[in-house]
Design a protein around this ligand. Structure first.
Ligand SMILES: NC(=O)c1ccc[n+]([C@@H]2O[C@H](COP(=O)([O-])OP(=O)(O)OC[C@H]3O[C@@H](n4cnc5c(N)ncnc54)[C@H](O)[C@@H]3O)[C@@H](O)[C@H]2O)c1
Ligand SMILES: N[C@H](C(=O)O)[C@H](O)COP(=O)(O)O
Length: 338
């Protein structure tokens, strides 16, 4: 049986992404691991970190050898200019996008079974004149995904977002019946198909304090969220809420759900990062490909220092493998206690 092949994008070249890719090369993996990066950059970073990793140019082929610890197969993508760890260079912004394009394209053609992304610096891509709010949105646009849904997961908690990288002042207007319906349907669909949960239960947070306090602290729950949930319930979805977000993450509430849907980025992500920073995986739902990622950013000050922790990248690779192993991606057990 053919083993899976993961493509890992090394992300912002001045950040810790290259360090993390070298770190995972030292481990055993039950799959073929290919890293998309500039091979010279990896060579220099390995020297700086005093890591003895044999870098092997990856040539597209149907044969998937299992990863050999101490080696790394590299899909060479050239940077525009030499890289100094910790120093952003706008000239290399397109390099980062080239990594994503190569990986996504390879997943769409079946050359790779899943893509796993090391962090990018969103600001430098925007500084280069390319509007970019995150991998989630970029990959949806470039793979024909229906709508991007960001979900972060640990072994015991899954948190999805109704809105992703949106300024807080724009969130309320974005919470519409159409948006919520699409997001909830994607979560329901992907929990069934990719996580083997036959009847997913989704706990939906309100937007306002106390879920609006019967309209006295905001009307989005009454006018949009509750009616949408009711309509979807009538179509067979198992939904709880809108629940006050401050108590949605208590054990009693979490026991009743397979995933929590937060209305905006900083309603949900601080909770899960507090619960599991370093062992948390960022998963994009609603794509035709499997994409997982780390739970942290570029940590520029740690690049080349040997202090970067590769555990989230390793967990993201394990999650990608679990999601790709079975033909219908039935490898993952429900994360929350029944
Ligand atoms: N998946 C992604 O591409 C992704 C995710 C989050 C943030 N970012 C981007 O990263 C950039 C910097 O973001 P930030 O400063 O908010 O977050 P950050 O995660 O880079 O840093 C937050 C803190 O965590 C530490 N840290 C992060 N990763 C670590 C690791 N692997 N090992 C040890 N310590 C680690 C950093 O040193 C810092 O103290 C921004 O441009 C942001 O958009 C990208
Ligand atoms: N919102 C994510 C986080 O805080 O971890 C992060 O910015 C990554 O998002 P993308 O996967 O869309 O780049």
């Amino acid at each position: 049986m053919r083993i899976p092949r993961l493509i890992v994008t090394s992300g912002e070249p001045a950040g810790i992404g290259p360090d993390l890719c070298l770190a995972i090369a030292g481990r055993e993996w039950p799959c073929d691991v290919v890293v998309a990066a500039d091979i010279e950059l990896l060579k220099q970073r390995a020297q700086q970190l005093r890591l003895n990793i044999r870098l092997l140019p990856y040539v597209s082929s149907t044969i998937c050898p299992a990863h050999q610890p101490g080696t790394l197969r590299v899909l060479h993508v050239p940077t525009a200019e030499p890289v100094e760890p910790g120093k952003l260079n706008v000239a290399n912004a397109h390099y980062v996008l080239n990594l994503l394009d190569a990986a996504a394209q390879g997943c769409l053609t079946g050359e790779f079974d899943a893509m796993v992304t090391a962090p990018v610096q969103k600001s430098v891509i925007n500084d280069a004149g390319v509007p970019f709010s995150g991998h989630t949105e970029y990959l949806a646009e470039h793979t024909g995904g229906s709508y991007p849904v960001m979900m972060l997961a640990t072994e015991t908690l899954r948190v999805a977002l109704a809105t992703t990288h949106l300024p807080l002042q724009d969130v309320s207007a974005a919470i519409t019946d159409e948006l919520l319906s699409r997001v909830i349907r994607i979560i329901d669909h992907d929990l069934r198909t990719r996580f083997d949960i036959p009847a997913p239960r989704i706990l939906v947070c309100g937007l306002n304090p106390h879920a609006g306090e019967s309209g006295h602290l905001g009307r989005e729950e009454i006018e949009v969220i509750a009616p949408t949930l009711e309509r979807l319930r009538q179509q067979g979805l198992q939904l709880i809420g809108p629940a006050p977000a401050d108590t949605a993450f208590t054990p009693h509430m979490l026991q009743q759900a397979d995933a929590v849907l937060a209305m905006f980025h900083d309603q949900g992500l601080p909770v899960i990062k507090f619960a599991g920073f370093g062992d948390c995986v960022n998963i994009t739902l609603g794509l035709p490909i499997v994409r997982t990622s780390v739970d942290h950013g570029t940590a520029l000050s740690l690049a080349g220092s040997g202090q970067a922790d590769a555990s989230s990248l390793a967990t993201a690779m394990q999650m990608a493998l679990r999601m790709t192993h079975a033909p219908t991606s039935q490898a993952i057990r429900p994360a929350l206690p029944a």
